[in-house]
Ligand binder design. Structure first.
Ligand code: SF4
Ligand code: MG
Length: 331
């Protein structure tokens, strides 16, 4: 296994108290595999990824438990210097906002080239040639002419391609993309997602795709992990999830995807708000918003029940959810 996160816990100390951002997350990604991590903002999906990248464990964030095994090594036991060596070279991250992730005063060519100068000891001239190659590879037109331009001179979609080029420059084993297309318009979104999926297949990288939008992952993900209140509430092969979710929260996310054949119909929205991480509800954390909630849901924390060998759901009533039985009135 390329990456295995085991029972990870992360908290944030704030003036108002301790926020439990990640509460026992476990997931795994293999080479050549795409895991989509799905959830609303504040579900812990980005924080988990930042812990994997090693860009989190500093105040106010604190990893309070768990293991992160990358190619067999527990990253949480490594020194910062060793982790820095892994970042960029063996695992890389793509962020939502390329404009703030790229350095505004360096040309695109210098930023791409720097990867090769710093990690591979290349001359500036050779690094520049590699930068042009990379820009070609992510299909930026006229790469030779544009390599000397600055990030703000590119469109949003082109900047996101530059971010992808930077992330894959050293052909890392793992890429984490955090909402990589959220800031783009729909057509550009699809192109960027397609490019990412294509490069991932070619280089047999592991890919963690973080998104709040279940609509964008259907064609690219192998597995999905749905997060809520810092926990994984459902995990399954992507097609199983679309066919029949086994958790009411996943069902709600699916029902909120805009669909062409439902045009004109009001879009479903899960009622209520994501929980306050300083006061996570008792029992099943989803119970205040769940249409299937019953008394037991308020008191008993659901474990991740085994739905099948490849599938888990943290719902006491996963069977009736899976079988789409009518919702019982909440008591
Ligand atoms: Fe809803 Fe209860 Fe299942 Fe939680 S355990 S998702 S509240 S039915
Ligand atoms: Mg986020």
């Amino acid at each position: 296994m390329l990456l295995e996160v085991r029972d990870l816990h992360v908290e944030f100390r704030t003036r108002d108290g301790v926020a439990s951002a990640v509460n026992g997350v476990s997931y795994a990604v293999d080479a050549g595999e795409t895991l989509a991590v799905l959830g609303e903002s504040g579900s812990g999906k980005s924080v988990t990824a930042q812990a994997v990248m090693g860009i989190l464990d500093m105040p106010p964030g604190r990893i309070t438990g768990g293991e992160i095994l990358f190619q067999g090594r527990d990253l949480l036991t490594l020194k910062e210097e060793e982790r820095r060596g892994i970042r960029g070279a063996e695992m890389a991250m793509i962020f939502q906002d390329a404009l703030s992730a790229l350095n505004p005063v360096l040309t695109v060519g210098d930023q791409l080239g720097e990867m090769f100068v710093v990690h591979r000891g290349m001359s500036k001239k050779d690094a520049r040639a590699r930068a042009v190659e990379l820009m070609d590879r992510v299909r930026i037109p006229a790469a030779k002419e544009r390599v000397g331009q600055y990030p703000h001179q590119f469109s949003g979609g082109m900047r996101q391609r530059i971010m992808i080029a930077m992330a894959m420059a050293l052909e890392p084993a793992l890429i984490i993309a955090d909402e990589p297309t959220t800031a783009l318009d729909v057509t550009v979104q699809a192109q960027v997602m397609e490019l990412l999926a294509e490069l991932q297949r070619e280089l047999r990288m592991g890919l963690i795709l973080i998104t709040h939008d279940l609509g964008v992952v259907a064609d690219v993900a192998d597995r999905i992990a749905v997060m809520y209140a810092g926990k994984i509430v459902e995990t399954a092969p992507v097609h199983d999830i679309y066919r029949a979710p086994a958790h009411p929260y996943t069902q709600g996310l699916l029902d909120s995807i805009p669909r062409l054949d439902h045009k004109g119909r009001e879009l479903y929205a899960i009622k209520g708000l994501p929980p306050n991480l300083m006061a996570i509800p008792s029992g099943c954390p989803f119970h205040p918003r769940c249409p299937r909630a019953r008394d037991v849901c308020r008191t008993d924390v659901p474990p991740l029940y085994e739905v099948s060998a490849t599938r888990g759901s943290a719902c006491h009533f996963w069977q009736e959810t899976l079988n789409k039985e009518p919702v019982h009135a909440a008591r």
